[in-house]
Structure formats: structure tokens, C-alpha cells
Design a protein around this ligand. Structure first.
Ligand code: ATP
Length: 316
């Protein structure tokens, strides 16, 4: 039955692991205030750097870990105490797959499908995700991307109302990624609540209806990609490219103005909310060093810029 209630609600989630040391018995607080609401018919993305707490949040949401504080409601129930009935309505794709190595992919998918009363047609799903190409070899012989597609199929075959995908595009080549993303979008259109974690900004930018940025075990920002990247106080991010010459180093007084600094072979690539006087300052330095800029452009803010603003570091 269609519902407007959120598929998943997390409020002030706290999770401690430990004890840290055998002697002192201290616990380590890994989640310290994660908030999240995921709706049906939407892709909700948990974005954060390695170790930010994304997987632990999903584990609490799925009922695999018991929260030490805060509220977690999955389809209206406490997932940790949930009935088997709730579990049948939820699909899970774990980060490491958890697939049995000696079983053949299509045999596994058929086995998982047989546990549900109204599974998706196995052959069509297998063909859609390209599993039929390697359906008869054992799982241990599959590549990372092939295992990833099989794990996704297993998570989806029971027609879940909510699906959790932990880093779904890890190991996928660009073509497989497009196939997987198209399938996720179709299922979303059918009302599925998709909750996925990623540290890939491009995934979030391409798929997300709503993004939660997690940093140090807390939700530190949320919004649609458009909301998060809207320019509130600046007139844009400038991207500057110029050739490097041997021995060239950027003057340190310019660095505080640069929000992001990358270098590509033979080129400096700078992005930042630079003012006209910053650019003038750079121009003087270019002239002094005999360096010509190759590109100066005004670009919209990206999720990477947002992440840098919030955490002061790159997500990668
Ligand atoms: P990644 O992108 O690397 O998967 P993540 O955002 O999913 O990272 P988590 O796996 O949730 O992060 O880990 C958050 C923190 O909790 C990390 O510092 C991790 O070392 C710690 N952690 C996770 N599980 C445990 C555990 N069972 N015992 C102790 N610490 C843990």
C-alpha cells in the first residue's frame, strides 16, 4: 500500500564499539548524532570519507548492530527487534558481498529468490545485470565488479520496499555502473526506497535525490545536490589551470585562498572561491615566473567544494 511515511528514520543515532583496550575498558564512540530520513521512491545517499561512519549507520538501520542511543525506525519498526516479516521487505547489499565462494552465481540468485513469495523473474534480472555471462562459474572466480552485480541482484530479487546498498559502484567499470544506476533509477520510479553509501561524489551527484554528509560519526549537512551546491555567499568557484615549469612552487600566501589544490602531470589545477584581487595577485606571480594560465573559468560549486567547506579536507 502506498505510504508517505519515511521508509527509514534515524534521529540522534549513537553507536559505541569497544572496549578499545583490554585493560582500560574504554568504549569508542563511532556514531555521535546521525540523523537521516529516507523516503519511498527516492535515492538517499550517505556521503562521507573513509571511516566517517556510513557502514555502521547502515548496520544499525538494518538491525545488524544495536544502537546505543537515538531512534532508528525502519518501515516503522525497530530493526534490531524486528520480526522476520520486516526483514523480508528489506534488501541488503553488503560492502564485502558476503557471497558463498563455491556456489555458482545463478544458483545463488535462484536460491535467494526462492525465499520470497513474489520474487522478480530471475532470468530477466540476471540478463539485465549481465550475470548470465558468468552464471555457471563459481563465485570465487568472479571479478570484484561481477561479484558486486551479483550482490545487487540478490538484494533486489525479493522485490524489497527498502534496499541498502553499501558502496554499490565499487569495482564496477563505467558500462556496468551505467547499467546498475539505470536499474536503481527504475526501481526508484516504482516506489523503492534506495539508501546507499558512497565516498564517490560523482555517484552522489548522478543518483541522489537527497544527500546526507556524514563526518566524524555525525550528520553535518543535508539537502538535495542543488541545495547543497547552491552558491549562497560567493559568486562561484573559479578553476585555474596553468603549466608547471621545473622548480615552480606556489607562493604560500596564495594557498589560504585556495579551497582545493590538485595537480595533474605538467599542470596545476586550482579551484577556489577566488576574488578578483586573488586573481590579480596570481597574475603578478605568473608574470614574475613566466607562466601562462591555460584556463580560467567560473564553475558551479560541486559536492567536493561543499565537502571541503565542511570538513576542511578532500573526501578522496
Ligand atoms: P568506509 O568508507 O571506509 O567504509 P565508513 O564511513 O563506512 O568508512 P565505518 O565502517 O562505519 O565507516 O567505520 C566508522 C569508524 O568505526 C571507523 O573508525 C572504524 O574503524 C570504526 N569501527 C567500525 N566497526 C567497528 C568495530 N566493530 N569495532 C571497532 N571499531 C569499529
Amino acid at each position: 500500500m502506498p505510504t508517505t511515511a519515511p521508509a527509514l528514520e534515524i534521529d540522534g543515532l549513537i553507536k559505541d564499539f569497544g572496549p578499545v583496550g583490554a585493560l582500560d575498558g574504554r568504549m569508542m564512540r563511532v556514531l555521535d548524532g546521525v540523523n537521516l530520513r529516507a523516503l519511498h521512491g527516492a535515492v538517499t545517499v550517505l556521503l562521507g570519507a573513509n571511516g566517517a561512519g556510513k557502514t555502521t549507520t547502515l548496520e544499525c538501520a538494518q538491525g545488524l548492530q544495536r544502537a546505543n542511543g537515538g531512534l532508528v525506525r525502519l518501515l516503522g519498526e525497530d530493526p534490531y527487534r524486528a520480526s522476520p516479516h520486516l526483514r523480508a521487505r528489506v534488501g541488503v547489499m553488503l560492502q564485502d558481498g558476503g557471497l558463498p565462494p563455491s556456489v555458482r552465481p545463478l544458483a545463488l540468485l535462484r536460491h535467494v529468490a526462492s525465499m520470497y513469495s513474489a520474487p522478480l523473474p530471475v532470468d530477466a534480472l540476471a540478463e539485465r545485470l549481465g550475470l548470465d555471462e558468468f552464471g555457471a562459474v563459481s563465485i570465487r572466480r568472479l571479478s570484484g565488479g561481477q561479484k558486486q552485480r551479483l550482490a545487487l541482484a540478490c538484494a533486489l530479487v525479493g522485490r524489497p520496499e527498502v534496499v541498502f546498498l553499501d558502496e554499490p559502484s565499487a569495482g564496477l567499470d563505467p558500462q556496468s555502473r551505467t547499467i546498475v544506476f539505470d536499474l536503481i533509477r527504475e526501481l526508484r520510479a516504482d516506489g523503492l526506497a534506495v539508501i546507499l553509501t558512497t565516498h564517490l561524489l560523482d555517484d552522489a551527484q548522478r543518483l541522489a535525490d537527497y544527500v546526507y554528509i556524514v563526518e566524524g560519526g555525525r550528520t553535518v549537512a543535508e539537502g538535495t545536490v542543488a541545495e547543497l551546491t547552491a552558491d549562497k555567499d560567493s559568486d562561484g568557484v573559479r578553476e585555474l589551470r596553468f603549466d608547471t615549469v621545473p622548480g615552480l612552487t606556489l607562493p604560500p600566501e596564495l594557498l589560504p585562498h585556495l579551497r582545493q589544490l590538485e595537480s595533474e602531470p605538467g599542470q596545476y589545477v586550482l579551484r577556489g572561491e577566488l576574488t578578483a584581487s586573488d586573481v590579480a595577485h596570481l597574475a603578478q606571480w605568473w608574470a614574475a615566473c613566466g607562466v601562462m594560465p591555460t584556463t580560467i573559468s567560473l564553475a558551479p560549486r560541486s559536492l567536493e567544494d561543499v565537502f571541503l567547506d565542511i570538513s576542511g579536507r578532500s573526501i578522496r
